[in-house]
Design a binder for this molecule. Structure first.
Ligand SMILES: NC(=O)C1=CN([C@@H]2O[C@H](COP(=O)(O)OP(=O)(O)OC[C@H]3O[C@@H](n4cnc5c(N)ncnc54)[C@H](OP(=O)(O)O)[C@@H]3O)[C@@H](O)[C@H]2O)C=CC1
Ligand SMILES: N[C@@H](CC=O)C(=O)O
Ligand code: NA
Length: 428
């Protein structure tokens, strides 16, 4: 049987999973593609660290030996970060090689540039593993939503933070211990800052926005908040009110304009996202024709992510055989403006520190009323005699009105806002 030789950049969590699947499932892959896949050469930083585990594979620190090998038609980039990965991918594409990558940082920030280079060189550039790890969400949007009009994409798209929050809530683990465990399990990025600050999820929402609406947005177009500042008191309080807390990404189409965000949100316990635990991810895609669909699965980890990389390798292999490489992964292009804060509406949870003296709650009600925002629920959760902690859940209000409320509270001086989270509606 003819061979397809693969060159790889990186042999860490994902890379080692890719090698394992190719070795263990060679027979099935050959039957499906009609080709024998062989990992010919892998570039790493430290050959000695891998040579005992990967005796049958040629390891090198010379990236050019992978990128310039005329026998290799497919390069798998699983090393991460922007540079030098960007230069290596450009070099591979310009050398006429198809590229499979799991690198969301790179695709979210330089995807359109790389797509153009791939097209010019008539090669594939595919990156299913870059969003929601093992969930085949990108190809599903491309294939199964091609004729539908997507109205909303919402979900949990970072495995590390969902794992941390699950461990904190269900096992009482500390934030630091849960993060350490996520790193040991291979879920976190090599520098976990992007995970915990919501940036990794934001990159994934940028890619999902491109696939769902055909529109390129950049990081500065999104509102992004991570989990590092979440107060355990809010998680507890939310639970008593019938909510759990999740890091939620949303890309919504509002009258033809887009609102893309990542932030911790209160999720009603009966909402499908409330049941997503540990490193699992879930993406809800709402189409005008199909309604709401949900895709669930592991969002991080060696084998699930490697399986997505393999789905790309197999798609590219088929294209090589058919002579159909060079088609853009997602061909949909559409220009759209960003929604303004007055267009983006949701209920909000506000936790406030209020002097425990008469008239203060009235003052808060006045601020909310002035911003045309009504209250659904209000609870005084504790008092130390001097200050009370008061939690308010509003009815739907716009982001512009919320900003007005935040400004007025700040100006008041006596009342202070401890935290503020969006509240998901049970039916959405
Ligand atoms: N882990 C996960 O669950 C997921 C990861 N991803 C993405 O997949 C990619 C890889 O992640 P992961 O496997 O976790 O990362 P790891 O840190 O586990 O592995 C990175 C690998 O790349 C190699 N490498 C790094 N820099 C260079 C360089 N300059 N030259 C040659 N080799 C280099 C490292 O070599 P050495 O071993 O010698 O240090 C290592 O083998 C990232 O883009 C990540 O965002 C996507 C979805 C899920
Ligand atoms: N660090 C990422 C890995 C997958 O993309 C995550 O935790 O989701
Ligand atoms: Na995926």
């Amino acid at each position: 049987m003819e061979q397809i030789k693969i060159g790889m950049l990186g042999l860490g969590t994902v890379g080692s999973g890719v090698v394992q699947i190719i070795q263990e499932h060679q027979e099935k892959i050959s039957q499906i593609t009609g080709r024998h896949l062989e990992v010919k050469r892998v570039a790493v930083r430290n050959v000695a660290a891998h040579k005992d585990e990967f005796k049958d594979i040629e390891l090198t620190t010379d990236v050019n030996a992978v990128l310039n090998d005329p026998e290799i038609p497919i390069i798998v980039e699983v090393m991460g970060s922007i540079q030098p990965a960007m230069d290596y991918i450009v070099q591979a594409l310009e050398n006429g090689k198809n590229v499979v990558t799991a690198n969301k940082d790179l695709i979210a920030q330089h995807g359109s540039e790389l797509v153009k280079i791939a097209k010019k060189n008539n090669v594939d550039l595919v990156y299913e593993a870059s969003v929601a790890g093992g969930i085949p969400i990108l190809r599903t949007i491309v294939n199964s939503f091609a004729a539908d009009q997507i109205e909303d994409v919402k979900g949990i798209v970072n495995g590390t933070t969902n794992y941390i929050m699950t461990q904190m809530v269900t096992k009482g683990m500390t934030y630091q211990a849960a993060l350490k465990s996520a790193q040991e399990l291979g879920f976190a990025e090599s520098d976990p800052t992007n995970d915990v600050e919501g940036i990794d999820a934001a990159y994934k929402m940028i890619i999902l926005t491109q696939f769902a609406y055909g529109t390129n947005v950049k990081l500065s177009d999104l509102t992004v908040e991570g989990i590092s500042k979440i107060d355990a008191a809010d998680i507890k309080q939310a639970r008593t009110m019938g909510y759990t807390m999740k890091l939620v990404g949303e890309s919504a189409e509002i009258n033809g304009q887009l609102a893309v965000s990542v932030a911790p949100a209160l999720v009603p316990l009966e909402h499908p996202l409330a049941t997503i635990q540990n490193e699992n991810n879930a993406v809800l895609v709402k189409g005008a024709a199909v309604g709401t669909t949900m895709f669930v699965g592991p969002g991080a980890g060696k084998m699930p992510t490697a399986n997505s990389v393999l789905s790309d390798i197999i798609a590219v292999t088929k294209n090589i055989i058919l002579g159909t490489t060079g088609n853009t992964f997602n061909g949909y292009r559409q220009k759209a403006e960003l929604a303004t804060p007055d267009m983006v509406v949701a209920p909000y949870y506000l936790a406030l520190k209020i002097p425990d003296i008469p008239g203060q709650l009235l003052k808060l009600t006045h601020i909310l009323t002035e911003a045309d925002t009504s209250v659904k629920q209000v609870v005084q959760t504790e008092t130390d005699g001097e200050y009370a902690r008061v939690v308010v859940i509003t009815h739907k209000t716009s982001l512009a009105k919320l900003q007005e409320i935040q400004k007025e509270i700040k100006a008041d001086g006596a009342i202070s806002l401890i935290s503020c989270y969006k509240v998901l509606e049970a039916s959405k």
